[in-house]
Design a protein around this ligand. Structure first.
Ligand code: PNS
Length: 159
């Protein structure tokens, strides 16, 4: 079974990485899909976001063999269909995430008959997000607990 984990990953955090690790144990193949849509502005370019994820995964041979990283634009269901993925994976931190995720999951089911499976975020990452991490880094704070090492280098350019 193959799953797609779509997201902005602006940048990838340890919370995302935890979802990738856990999902890769459930599915035979996991495709991390980085959104490259012109109407969603990101701080990091799609090339940088892909590189941050790839260099993080390269450090783990097991993950490297099971996880592929791609970029996509357009509808996530079109990507899922084109690579014959069975479902989407998304992490859920709290009830605040639920509204968006519920709507997106129903939309994706209706649009392309692709189901979404949710993994509850590990509580140690429940209060972090890419935007918080960027804010802390920009203000000179220590983000080493929240992002992989390869991401720290990119974040240090923000301040
Ligand atoms: O990391 P994010 O920003 O919460 O991820 C949101 C994402 C990329 C999963 C969502 O915006 C998405 O799938 N966008 C692609 C366009 C699409 O398929 N829209 C309909 C479902 S939301």
């Amino acid at each position: 079974m193959k799953a797609v984990y779509p997201g902005s990953f602006d940048p990838i955090t340890n919370g995302h990485l935890d979802i990738i690790e856990r999902a890769s144990q459930i599915f035979d193949k996991l495709v991390v899909a980085v959104l490259d849509n012109v109407d969603k502005t990101t701080v990091f370019s799609v090339e940088d976001r892909l590189q941050m994820i790839q260099s993080t995964l390269n450090k783990d041979l097991n993950l490297k063999s099971k996880v592929e990283v791609v970029s996509f634009s357009g509808l996530a269901v079109e990507l899922a269909k084109s690579i014959e993925a069975d479902s989407f994976i998304r992490g859920m931190r709290d009830i605040g995430d639920f509204r968006f995720e519920w709507e997106a999951a129903l939309l994706n089911k209706k649009l392309g008959n692709v189901d979404t499976l949710f993994l509850m975020t590990d509580p140690i990452y429940a209060f972090i997000s890419s935007s918080r991490v960027r804010e802390i880094a920009r203000l000179g704070g220590d983000v080493s607990n929240w992002v992989p090492r390869s991401v720290q280098k990119f974040l240090s350019k923000l301040n």
